[in-house]
Design a protein around this ligand. Sequence first.
Ligand code: FES
Length: 117
Amino acid sequence: MGAEPTRVSDEFVTVARVADVAPGTAKTVVVGEREVALFNVGGTFYALDNTCPHQGGPLAEGWIEGTRVTCPWHAWTFELTSGAMTLGDFACVDTFAVRVEQGAVRVARRPRGATEP
Ligand code: FES
């Protein structure tokens, strides 16, 4: 009989080590089937869907200023804490809860507000 697979939290997945994402930078990670942009703002981590709702620009490659990121393609800007677009409420991106545990950065498998499948 084979060993049981290690059961980790069903809700969060480890995506990086803290040292992998320096303060003021971001990294693209994969959570399930989604690309997620993981940001480190002064030691606090935020996770947003990496795909800009305008035309799909990679938000992890955007410009970070405070708790905002500006898409590198056409400069739409989003609040990291809420995913809201700063120029109006006609667009937003999904946000994911983040936990730091023993040097590991863990991101929720489902975005905030998502219902069970
Ligand atoms: S793709 Fe992000 S602003 Fe256009």
